[in-house]
Design a protein around this ligand. Sequence first.
Ligand code: PGD
Length: 788
Amino acid sequence: MKMNDTMDQKTEMKHLGDEFRSHSSHWGAFRARWDGERLQVTPRADDPDPSSLLQNIPDALRHKARIARPAIRKGWLEGKGAGSRRSGNDFIEMPWDEVLDLLAEKLRSTRDEHGPESIFGGSYGWASAGRFHHAQSQVHRFLNTAMGGYVRSVNNYSAGAALVVLPYVFGPYADVTMRNVTWEQVEAHTDIVLAFGGLPTKNTSVASGGISSHIERPSMVAAHRQGTRFVSVSPMRDDMIDEVEADWFASRPSTDVAFMMALAHVLVSEGLHDRGFLDQYTSGYDRFEAYLMGRIDGVAKTPEWAAEITGIDANRIRALALDLPKKRVLIVTAQSLQRARYGEQPIWMAATLAAMLGQIGLPGGGFNYALGSLAHYGRQQGSATLPALPQGQNGVETFIPVARIADMLLNPGAGYDYNGQKLTYPKIELIYWLGGNPFHHHQDINRLKAAFDQVETLVVHESVWTPMARYADVVLPATITLERNDLACGRSDPTMIAMQQVAPPFAQARDDFSIFAALSRRLDVEQAFTEGRSADEWVRHFYENTRRQLLERGEDAPDFDSFWSKGEVALPQDPDDGGILRAFRQDPQGSPLPTETGKIVVFSETIASFGYDDCPGHPVWLEPTEVPMTPDMFYLVANQPARRLHSQLDFGAHSVAGKTSQRETLRMHPEDAERLGVGDGDIVKISNRRGACLAGVALTDAILQGVVNLPTGAWYDPECPNGEAPLCVHGNPNVLTKDIGTSRLSQGCTGQITFVFIERFDGPLPPVRAYDPPACLAARNTMEGQCS
Ligand code: PGD
């Protein structure tokens, strides 16, 4: 298929359906064909282990959850402001022009009366693959161009603590996570992979921006066949694939630091730590060792000490420690470990343990943060600069660490700590959100609702009626990627994929760029926003920039039309050279690390100078602040789901097939279930002082007793939306999690672990309405979905 810049969409639609088209998603490249009724999806032929998440796509195009037309909350239209969000989902659909006029006027008056510092455009979320129609890039460019800027957010929900602490220890996050140990190195060199949090392939099937080939499972299996030993420390056995026959240490959640310290203690006690490496390549180790051995606080961090905390037998910990020296050991920590209170500590301690083993910088050895957490880690990096939408200049300096949004909205003017700085929360009048679902990603949803209620105007572009769209005042229907042209390529992917339009837009949906172009026109900045290009012209422009780069380097680069008809083009990659850690090991003076001492930092004078008791100057074991109120409370692990990406396409066939009586499935050990009088398939109520939800039970011995697992992503579905802390009948664990930062250093999200009560739910089952459009619009949307 050839893409024509000036092509009239309707003309082109006549031809859609003839053929399979190339496309991509965060969970893999694929080909798709829409015949007007049915969407067929088939994985990219060269992908050795395609993701099962592709099975969610066929339902996406014309699902009843799609947003058909622009809608405005009645209360907002009547000028009742924020309070009206609590009084129901009374939306009024309006023609595009009227809504855009109203919104442009609101944007103008907010900017003029309160300044751009009153607008929150931090708008976090994974959105969807595609370099041009990247939702956050679009909203940031628009707010910079039309409003003079916005309050932004820094860091992310995935790696909030790691993004801040790793630069102190090693240097830039990207260098130690993405350009470090590759799967090829693991296959060729690694004797032991010691994985805290395992290497769950449900997570490695996903890469931000898309992935053309899933290599993780085949690499792990090949390494295992060649003798690599896999060790998994996690409350859940299936955080590691069965094929690698891993040794499972079923530790209690959030106790990894104690486990690592016990390993370190054995190394020192037995004189097995690599003193030469520590002296040459690290700084501040002796202060940490004094703490480790109990010379500072009187507590030696022995295997017996750790056994009490982790629940793992001391002899097993000792035996593991004695196995590590003199072997090529790779230590990895899953992202989930640091998505918890004091999340910096497991990262810093794992780095310290790896330094004590002296393997950092060797092929297949040392420490690689989050290898096994995402598909774009553990690969060679691309050497081409990838196309990205220019953002313009943000005239506002104020920012928040991304997970502090509710704190900001509830406490304008209040001061707080972040990474050595004293910051102040701004007063926000208007929030502009696209490409994310805070009712999925943020902790303590009831608190989040109270926070959103402080804001005058909440604008959302969405393709589906997510809980965030339902809570907005102005809802603008967005296309999904299958309804527009784009390009997909990730930093570590050797292939750029043409994302070809497969189907016409649903009902009145428009792409985010067109919406912003129309608003820009009303705000007299259209030329500055569009630079005179249509969306398809931007896609071509993006490709041409990459092509020029490739040609200048003497690489093969077909013209746009050839690329488009083939559906993909190869991108060059950097050599697998181990990045800054290998260079540092080979030449510590010539290639020092960009840290405070030029070495691996075990004690940081800088962090110590901040005086944070929740993140002192070296790795420490900090007693948890949230503890079970009674012994019959459970640890709840609220991790990434296996059947969808976050909350995306929660209504897809693969996601829905994993539910129990339409609710999210809670995994529980059979002995815990017996104690509670609960059986497989029963519905339970999960609660704590923050909220409550329902879930269906699945029994498994793959989980430690006393721990239950309710993945994230079920769309929030309150039984009585206007109540104070309504029951979520669908099973969203973020009604239970705590909204507190990892520490004053990084202020990351702590959604991974919380404590809950569980009881069997014997009452009449409330219906799940999560995917129904707001009642006032439901009937019309279904009709429109059928006829478009
Ligand atoms: P998604 O479900 O991916 O979740 O949180 P995030 O908000 O990223 O939301 C993306 C939304 O963007 C979807 O609703 C989708 O429809 C919309 N979208 C996609 N494409 C477009 C587009 O082109 N235009 C527009 N306008 N919209 C679009 C994820 C976050 O959750 C992350 S990354 C992590 S790691 C965290 N993990 C946890 C956790 O482990 N435990 C808990 N308890 N909580 C977490 N929250 C975090």
